[in-house]
Design a protein around this ligand. Sequence first.
Ligand SMILES: Cc1ncc(COP(=O)(O)O)c(C=O)c1O
Length: 386
Amino acid sequence: MFSENTIKQLVNYKTPFYYYDLQLLHNTLDEVVKQSQKYNYHVHYAFKANTNKKIIELICNKGLGADCVSGNEVKHAIENGFVSQKIVFAGVGKNDDEINYALSQNIFCFNCESIHELQIINELAIKQNKVASIALRINPNVDAHTHQYITTGLEENKFGINPYEFDTVINLIKQLSNIQLIGLHFHIGSQITDLVPFKNLCLKVNQINHYFLNKGFDIAVINVGGGIGINYKEPDKESIIDFSAYFKVFNDFIELRPHQELHFELGRSIVAQCGSLISKVLYIKNGINTNFAILDAGMTELIRPALYQAFHKIENLTAKLHHLPLNKKYDVVGPICESSDCFGKAVELPETKRGDLIAIRSAGAYGEVMSSRYNLRDETKSYYSE
Ligand SMILES: Cc1ncc(COP(=O)(O)O)c(C=O)c1O
């Protein structure tokens, strides 16, 4: 991804910063659109992955909808051109202001996560004299086989409505005057690199879809969330995931009735590979067993390694310019006063020096958007390739 010219350009910017390859994002989006349109599937971009204005502008221009998890995300989507009729709003703890705002904007659908939330949305909709379209977020109890912090579809997770609550929910919905059940929503977790959990999800969706039909609800929208993973180890070998295989699993295994629409909420697979965190080496500390490369970026710019023990490929761009071989191991750490402020242990790099430019790859999703000002750090900046 980093040509000599790009590296020479990056040297001029003050580190640390995010660098986005907009051409890669453009190509990724074209592939998402092409593969999903084969089956007339609807894709909402999961805003939580990255809300950088240039990124969402491009995504909006390609016609995707938005999947939001806060009132401010809904607002950000609308202010940046997303049509409200393509916005879905999820989250276990939507507050009254957020619900009121989303109602006032006539969004496509609230993904409701509990019985109590259904009652509150109904009350607020009555006050606005509106009918809220809702999808029930269902906890399908499908194991995503991913990191425990990013699995969401098991009964022990806080998300969604459990199957044993269905009869109560159905009776309640029949009584609530200002909500209309239009959809069933599922999301089993994130960074799922095997397609089998998605096949299992389809089989569960079929059962539940049938159950609701038998109870008199001919649901229009099935939303299967996001979660398809990317290649963090070799970002250049697979800079765009196999969207064709991903959507095909759903086409093969989900049983939709002719009028039913299938919706997706993809985040990471769209934006992760186009972003890198660029940093400079401040100090080298050579030890007996461990050498440290201390960067000017830390967990304040990219918290995923500290939060989820996430792996990111780390490259010394300066050494790459000089074609130096990988010959030394470093613990690559940041400047923050926390031991967890570590991007990678025993990372194989070329001989690394103060001032070398370092790229932490595949950081376009859940990177910049999770950055903080902890330790009163400067605000995170970003630059773009056109
Ligand atoms: C409800 C919901 N939909 C979609 C996503 C996006 O997932 P991903 O970025 O793995 O595609 C998430 C992520 O956590 C989510 O919670």
